[in-house]
Design a protein around this ligand. Structure first.
Ligand code: 13P
Length: 280
């Protein structure tokens, strides 16, 4: 069933776990994530980032994501990731997304606050949740920019929460999008401080490559939503490659099945690490 992201994160807060937010690029990935969530009886979030719309147009993939959420046997929120323009954020809300992110992390804090407030006003008309980001998560969602990591200042998180009342807040603690060159050393000191000073559910971007132990530690220290993108794409690709190498693909529908399988395996692994199984 399609649900508001706020509900999922509030339940995660009570249950001391984090909800996986899986980036999808096509129907096969949507089917794979939903299959894993249903099998494990887990709530889940489907997301797509604005920079990915070149490959997967919002007017086509958006309704598909919403329809998949509505027909799922578990709670599913549909989220617009790294929204940059009011135009696309509004389009996502119109299609029925139950959550949108405004990424103003590159802006001065004052401007980020002002813009986030405008997005909150807009999302309110649709009853949708809003995520924002302060500090800078490294890299960029599609690898096109090499943005430096700029860790969140706890005092900024306090001010941002107070002035915007945002529903979810992405913070930067040494995490980055894409594959890490070496295992990241997350700044748990900053995370603990932000967690103790704020009440807003926190979001961890750049989930690919973070160790299971760190995921669990994050989920016990205020992180209630964890974004996974590259790991999904990589697993889909490697599963297809493996099936070809083993001569298990004879025709298009075997290829389609391999894609669904890759997305399913990746979502399953992460749902179990995040402790979201049997929380639907
Ligand atoms: P990864 O590609 O590192 O998993 O990051 C995902 C993400 O944060 C999307 O917003």
């Amino acid at each position: 069933m399609l649900v508001n992201m706020k509900e999922l994160l509030a339940d995660a807060e009570k249950g001391d776990y984090a909800v996986g937010s899986f980036s999808v690029a096509n129907m096969e990935m949507v089917l794979g994530v939903i299959k894993a969530a249903e099998e494990l009886n887990a709530p889940v979030i489907l997301q797509i980032a604005e920079v990915r719309l070149k490959q997967s147009p919002l007017e086509i993939i958006g309704p598909l994501m919403v329809a998949a959420a509505k027909s799922a046997r578990v709670p599913v929120a549909v989220h617009f990731d790294h929204g940059k323009t009011m135009e696309k954020i509004s389009q996502a809300l119109e299609i029925g997304f139950t959550s949108v992110m405004f990424d103003g992390s590159h802006l001065p804090l004052d401007e980020n606050i002002e813009m986030t407030k405008k997005v909150i006003e807009k999302a309110k008309q649709y009853g949708a949740a809003v995520e924002a980001e302060i500090g800078c998560v490294g890299g960029s969602e599609d690898g096109s920019e090499d943005i430096a990591i700029n860790c969140t200042r706890p005092e900024d998180a306090v001010r941002f929460e107070k002035e915007t009342g945002v529903d979810a807040l992405a913070i930067a603690i040494g995490n980055a999008h894409g594959n890490y060159k070496s295992t990241p050393k997350l700044r748990f000191d900053i995370l603990s401080e932000v967690d103790s000073l704020t009440e807003t559910p926190l979001v961890l971007h750049g989930g690919t490559g973070i160790t299971p132990e760190d995921f669990v530690r994050c989920s016990k220290t205020g992180i209630k939503k964890i974004n996974i993108a590259t790991a999904t794409f990589d697993k889909v690709e490697s599963t297809v490659r493996k099936c070809y190498n083993e001569n298990r693909i004879n025709g298009y529908y075997d290829l389609q099945g391999a894609e669904v399988e890759g997305a399913y395996q990746n979502a399953k692994t992460h749902i179990l690490i995040f402790g979201t199984d049997n929380k639907a």
